[in-house]
Design a binder for this molecule. Structure first.
Ligand SMILES: [Fe+2]
Length: 232
């Protein structure tokens, strides 16, 4: 076996080491106005996609709702707008000019949690941001919990994660790799939500980002530059 291939097979066999980092992440909560009646109707219209595997053990729709229903497209636009306003860093071009990050929603879906239903622990990696919007819930409905969250100043016992109580009109945006789950719904009525994933939508076909001729060009440029040099 070639040594590169051998190294590759060894690296596949070896599990990655895991480390803990002391780092904070934002969870953005905003109250927004969307057409909740329309969203609920569209979720019921789309129906339960029972053959789709998800962590949500409840009624959940297809994953491309923003491409099918304008109400979901509007929710996606609203989430992207919030993500834009809470950018974790600013990009610039090589000339130092602002280079806006292109965002897009890759998936979005509707969820209805009836009594006794819940969402198992999961994350939304490799998306950048995940969002969830509350179409209908009361203040006793099951909370959303980030399992790795430690906020001692906000909770009575150290290490207890904050519970995000759902509120009708609440949009939550969070880094998509954070583990979270939904507690069991104890209310008799439905807890209705939508969720989605926001990814970067860079155009890798732009010549300066990913041009297959780039290497040839660089070589020619370098050759011209090199031949311009005078050697003793
Ligand atoms: Fe989720």
């Amino acid at each position: 076996m070639g040594s590169a291939l051998k190294r590759l097979s060894e690296s596949i066999k070896k599990p990655a080491s895991l480390y803990s980092f002391k780092i904070t992440f934002p969870v953005i909560e905003e109250m927004v106005t969307l057409d909740n009646d329309r969203l609920e109707n569209d979720i019921r219209d789309a129906g339960h996609a029972k053959f789709i595997y998800t962590a949500a053990e409840c009624f959940r729709t297809r994953w491309d709702m923003h491409l099918v229903y304008p109400s979901f497209a509007e929710a996606a636009e609203t989430a992207i707008d919030i993500a834009r306003r809470h950018s974790l860093s600013k990009l610039t071009t090589q000339d130092g000019e602002p280079d806006p990050i292109p965002w897009r929603v890759k998936e979005s879906w509707g969820l209805i949690y009836g009594k006794g239903e819940q969402g198992r622990i999961h994350a939304h990696w490799p998306a950048t941001w995940a969002y969830t919007y509350c179409i209908y819930a009361c203040d006793k409905c099951a909370p959303l919990i980030f399992d790795q969250m430690i906020q001692p100043e906000h909770v009575p016992s150290y290490g207890t994660p904050i519970q995000f109580k759902p509120k009708t009109g609440q949009m939550l945006i969070f880094p998509a790799w954070l583990n979270h789950h939904v507690e069991k719904q104890e209310c008799d009525h439905d807890r209705i939500k939508l969720a989605g994933n926001i990814d970067t939508n860079f155009d890798f076909d732009k010549p300066w980002q990913h041009d297959t001729h780039m290497l040839d060009k660089a070589y020619v440029d370098r050759k011209e530059w090199t031949t311009g040099l005078e050697f003793p």
